[in-house]
Design a protein around this ligand. Structure first.
Ligand code: NAD
Length: 321
């Protein structure tokens, strides 16, 4: 069955790490006026603000979101607004309220207004220490230890329910840590990977908040955007599941990233001072099996550690230095 066309798109969390770049790519593809960016408190970048419509929306306020849906005739939502893993451990009640209330609001609005499609990202944080940590499979036990992970498991089940019960076309992936150069990450466990690049270029030194041998799955921003857009454009017959798809990019230890950066910045020095985030990192997968996403809708990542590092250094040299 061909995929129903998405004509007017709302992106929540549009000023965040992923939203700030995904919104621009969506505007490039669907037209500037047809992709509405919704931010909250944080001022949008000039690029985001000047390239198309922008609204301030609190995603826990259903009426506020509904007004925007009606104002622009929205038929598709990329719902990215959330409180992330480390920030969520500091304020677990806020993480539950924002992550779950907002998803429920978006799904209810999509159902009532018969929207075409919803994208909502889950995370590798759905897994806990009981799941196999190497090549973590698509279907395995989900007992996360963080409130963020709890909201992502609950969210996956809610999306699945809305598909089965109401036929709502809601699609989702479990992102690993996202590495990018435009907007700093917003309080996740994998933030050290991005911080390391910025500090290596600016100060040639960095103190990492996880151990040198900590291995986590990561993904470069172009692949993150590709995963969202490929899945949303996939033929409906290929999207066989409405809990989130595992998607993988690369896996490396903090020490391996340091070694890769040193190829470009030989004087870079990294120390290690693990804090509360180490325990969370130790409960997460080290690598992800994404063969189901590959088989069903053709998912393939394009950047490994070497390609990502080269691109990050080249881009940051221009933008940060
Ligand atoms: N970045 C990653 O490494 C990563 C990994 C896995 C999953 N994800 C998921 O991808 C999505 C986007 O993540 P991100 O990295 O861009 O996060 P981010 O923290 O950079 O951005 C999230 C945005 O949500 C907004 N927000 C928070 N509370 C809000 C509210 N009440 N109303 C409206 N907006 C509100 C914030 O202003 C922020 O701009 C999230 O669902 C996240 O869980 C991200």
């Amino acid at each position: 069955m061909p995929v129903e066309r998405m004509k007017r798109i709302l992106v929540t969390g549009a000023t965040g790490q992923i939203g700030s770049e995904l919104t621009i790519e969506l505007r490039n593809k669907y037209g500037n006026d047809d992709v509405i960016a919704a931010g909250h408190r944080r001022k949008p970048s000039e690029k985001l603000f000047n390239s198309g419509p922008f609204e301030y929306v609190d995603v826990t306020d259903r009426e506020g979101i509904t007004k925007v849906i009606k104002k622009y005739g929205i038929d598709t939502i990329y719902h990215l607004a959330a409180v992330l893993s480390a920030a969520g451990e500091e304020k677990p009640q806020l993480a539950w309220n924002v992550n779950i209330d907002s998803l429920y609001n978006i799904l209810e609005i999509a159902r009532k207004h018969e929207l075409v499609r919803v994208f909502w990202p889950s995370s590798i944080a759905v897994f806990g220490p009981e799941a196999p940590r190497v090549n973590t499979p698509q279907d395995t036990v989900l007992i996360p230890r963080t409130m963020y992970g709890v909201t992502k498991v609950a969210g996956e089940l809610l999306c699945n329910y809305y598909f089965i019960r109401f036929g709502l076309d809601v699609r989702s992936v479990r992102y690993p840590g996202i590495i990018s150069s435009e907007t700093p990450p917003g309080g996740g466990i994998t933030d050290y990977a991005v911080e390391m690049f910025y500090e290596a270029i600016k100060k040639k030194r960095y103190t990492c908040f996880v151990r040198e041998d900590t291995v986590l799955p990561m993904m470069y921003m172009p692949d993150c955007i590709k995963a969202a857009m490929d899945l949303m454009e996939a033929d409906l017959s290929k999207v066989k599941r409405y809990v989130s798809y595992n998607v993988a990019g690369m896996s490396f230890s903090a020490g391996e990233l340091v070694a890769e950066i040193k190829k470009y910045i030989p004087g870079f020095e990294c120390g290690y001072k693990p804090d509360f985030r180490q325990k969370i990192a130790d409960s997460w997968p080290m690598s992800i099996d994404d063969s189901v996403a590959s088989e069903e809708w053709g998912w393939r990542s394009t950047h490994d550690l070497a390609a990502m590092t080269k691109d990050m250094i080249e881009k940051n040299d221009k933008t940060i230095c």
